[in-house]
Design a binder for this molecule. Sequence first.
Ligand code: NAD
Length: 469
Amino acid sequence: MQTAATHTIDGNPVEGVEFFDVINPATASAFARAPDASRAQLDLAVHAARRAFERWRTVSTQDRREILLRFAAAIRAETQSLAQLLTREQGKPLAAAIREIDSTAARIEGLLSFELIPETLRSDARGRVVLDYQPLGVVGAIAPWNSPVLLATQIAAQALVAGNSVILKPSPFTPLATLRLGEIAARTLPRGLVNTLSGGNELGRWMTEHAGIDKIGFVGSVATGKRVLASAAASNLKRVSLELGGNDAAIVLDDADVESIAPRLFWSAFVNSGQRCMAIKRVLVHESLLDRLGATLARLANQAKVGDGFEPGVELGPVQNRPQFERVLGLITDALTRGGRALAGGAALNRPGYFIAPTVITGVAEGTPLVDEEQFGPVLPLLAFAEIEEAVARANATRFGLGASVWSARPERAADIARRLEAGTVWINAHGGSEPEIPFGGCKESGVGRGMGLMGLKSYAEPRILHLP
Ligand code: NAD
């Protein structure tokens, strides 16, 4: 079993004192061990990050840009090895893992097109008032297991471009590719600027409590996001950005062309085996199209090639971990017990690993956990509606507010409905995808703040008002 993975603290590889197993979800067996950081190791990382911050904040924008572009290039150069690790620990098909690494580098490059330029608020006989942006200091980045490298780097890149230093903590389910990223950072970035520590949920909690950390960038579930916010407030009122879960609705209007939209709709729900914050999590379809859309989505679900991410041609990998596998199966079984009908799938695959057949369920309604909660797995409920008013109300009747979409042959008609949806992002005839230039985040319980774009960068800085003579 591989045990070579190390933390990176102050530019150096640091061995674990304790370790934990890393499971390959395609086999359900452990294939490596990752170091479990101690509190003392976190303290060392915070000190290193603080020293690095004091230097980094004085580096010119141009020099920062060149250094970070070298980091992005080094990530690209290691695409194959990072992607292999990612597939082994996360389960996603190798082609998708390669895309994740490519997007990771692109995220750094894309964010570098923005700059926090001071703004003159007033300039007259009374003097000049300028708004400028100060970096915050040490940023703790806490990431989930669904797109671990991309999401950790997304937080880190915003922090670094804005002049901060970083401590990265991957999910204990997927630590290895991020630890490898830490080695690349140590080779290409100033010492101590990016430190990576793996560990369990405890380590995340220690970070939120740590007085030496000035901001937490968090991507994960709503329940944990609330704990992060409470703990950040109780310690040193550290700043937080929270990118949390969703229960995105897709509304399919009566004029939609079922055959042409179905593949896009299907992949927007099932990409990464449904383990995507902005996946379609429920479809509200006009009752006249329910049967046709159901049959078409079921055909696509039955055709999708499910398997180990290293097998050629595989389109969908396993669910990433056992608790999530059991939770998703529980939601499916519960929906079927309540009168739901599986048009495709409906059970685990009879093989080792956490595989669930892509599942499309109809005959369920609000009040069923599969509809009301975030399933975060390869199962999609289809709900019929009669009136548009009703569809809008049902799409909005949730504590989540991450994404939503409207599907129609008449984009203008769809746009009118899109404007009435309570979500951080609304798409028309598409659903999902994020870019470094476009702010992304959730309303209601799907998050606090927006990541990426200039808006994201500003959230990793403190505004300062200067009254100048
Ligand atoms: P999770 O909340 O269980 O864990 C996320 C991270 O938080 C992990 O690193 C975990 O170790 C850490 N953690 C756990 N308890 C903590 C605590 N008390 N204090 C600090 N850190 C703690 O989430 P998950 O199961 O890894 O990820 C799935 C969730 O992430 C889904 O809800 C998904 O929608 C969401 N997500 C959101 C986005 C977005 O951009 N909005 C993107 C991807 C995933």
